[in-house]
Design a protein around this ligand. Structure first.
Ligand code: EPU
Length: 302
C-alpha cells in the first residue's frame, strides 16, 4: 500500500512520523521474506493516538512491526502500511534496581547493557534476536527463564481505548509464548526489575547460553527462530526430527539440518514456499503423533 496524498504526507511529517515509501519487508525481517509497503517510523510515542486517528480517517489499514525476528510476511504488494518505533537515545535508563527500556531497544543489547551494570536474570535471552517490545509481547524465553518474570510496568498504546496507558506487571499475565496483551496493543516501553548480580557471574551465564545456542541452532542462517510452539510436555523440534524431515524443502524454504523446528530461507524463498512447508510439516506431525502444532512464528499473510 502506498500513501500518495500530499496532504496526508504533510500531516505525517507534522506528527514526527517518517515515511519510507515502498519498503521491502524482506529487508526488515530475519527470514528475509515479504513484499513491499510504506513504512511509517514513529519518533514520538505521544503522536501515536493522532497517527492512528489519521490513518483510520483515511481508511488505511496498518500493522505494527517490532524487530521482525519472529515474523513471516506475505509476498507482493501488501494491503496495509507498517508502523515501527524509531530507536530513541538513550534506549535504556537505569534507576536503582529498575531498567526502563524503550520497546524499540535491541533485546541482546539490553541484556548486555544491564549485565554491565550488575543487573542479571536475563542471561537466557542473550541470543534471542529482536526488540524488547517483541520479546515482551510474545513473553520470549529460553533456558528456563522468560522476560515476563521481570516486568514491573508496561507503557503501551491500547487501540481499543485509543490512548497510551501504563499497566503494572500484575495486570498482565505471562504464559509460555503468550501474554494477555490485546492483539492490537502496541508495546512502547517497559520497566524491568532485575536481580542484582556481579557482572562476571552474569557473563558466565551468558557464555553458557551462547554456547548451547550455537551448538543447537542455525544461527548464521535466515530464520524466524522456532516455527512451532512446543506442545505441552513435548518438543516440536524432536518430533519433526524423528520423522526424518531435516532438509525437507519447498523451493528455498527448508527445515534446518541443525534444529528441526527452525525453518530457514536458504536463498530466495517466498512466503508461499514457507507457508506450504509449514503446512506440510504440520500435516505429517499430526498424522504421526496426533498432535496439531501451533505456530510460534507470527504470520502476516494479506
Ligand atoms: N531435538 C532434536 N532434534 C532437533 C531439535 C531438538 O532431537 O532437531 C531435541 C533436543 O535434543 C532436546 C529437545 O529436542 O532434547 C529440545 O530441544 P532444544 O533444547 O533445542 O529446545 P526446544 O524445545 O526445541 C526451546 C525454545 C527455543 C529456545 C530453546 C532453549 C520453543 C518453541 N523453543 O526449543 O526458542 O531457544 O528452547 O531454551 O519454545 C524460539 O522461541 O524461537 C526458540 C528458538
Amino acid at each position: 500500500m502506498h500513501i500518495e496524498d500530499p496532504k496526508l504526507q504533510t500531516d505525517l511529517t507534522a506528527l514526527a512520523v517518517e515515511l519510507r515509501a515502498r519498503a521491502s519487508l524482506a529487508e526488515l525481517t530475519h527470514l528475509g521474506i515479504g513484499g513491499t509497503t510504506d513504512l511509517l517510523r514513529i519518533t514520538k510515542h505521544e503522536s501515536i493516538p493522532a497517527l492512528i486517528a489519521l490513518l483510520e480517517r483515511h481508511q488505511i489499514p496498518y500493522k505494527f512491526l517490532g524487530g521482525g525476528s519472529n515474523l513471516l510476511v506475505g509476498d507482493g504488494e501488501l494491503p496495509w502500511v507498517v508502523l515501527q518505533l524509531a530507536k530513541p537515545d538513550p534506549e535504556i535508563v537505569l534507576e536503582g534496581k529498575f531498567a526502563r527500556v524503550d520497546a524499540a531497544a535491541d533485546l541482546g543489547r539490553t541484556v548486555t547493557f544491564c549485565a554491565k551494570h550488575d543487573m542479571g536474570g536475563m542471561e537466557g535471552l542473550i541470543g534471542v534476536p529482536g526488540t524488547v517490545g517483541g520479546a515482551l509481547r510474545m513473553n520470549a524465553g529460553a533456558y528456563g527463564m522468560q522476560i515476563g518474570s521481570y516486568v514491573r510496568e508496561v507503557k503501551l498504546y491500547r487501540a481499543a481505548e485509543r490512548q497510551i496507558k501504563i499497566l503494572s506487571g500484575d495486570q498482565i499475565s505471562f504464559e509460555y509464548r503468550h501474554t494477555s496483551f490485546a492483539p492490537d496493543d502496541m508495546m512502547l516501553a517497559v520497566t524491568l526489575e532485575l536481580p542484582s548480580k556481579p557482572y562476571k557471574e552474569i557473563l558466565q551465564g551468558i557464555r553458557i547460553c551462547n554456547e548451547k545456542r550455537r551448538s543447537s541452532q542455525p544461527l548464521g542462517q535466515k530464520s524466524a527462530g522456532c516455527i512451532f510452539k512446543n506442545p505441552p510436555g513435548a518438543s516440536a523440534g524432536r518430533m519433526i526430527d524423528e520423522l526424518g524431515l531435516k532438509g525437507l524443502s519447498v523451493g528455498d524454504a527448508r527445515v534446518s539440518d541443525r534444529h528441526a523446528n527452525f525453518f530457514v530461507n536458504a536463498g530466495t524463498a517466498s512466503a508461499k514456499d514457507m507457508l506450504s512447508l509449514i503446512a506440510d510439516v504440520r500435516g505429517r506431525v499430526e498424522k504421526a503423533f496426533g498432535v496439531n502444532l501451533e505456530n510460534e512464528v507470527v504470520v502476516w499473510n494479506a
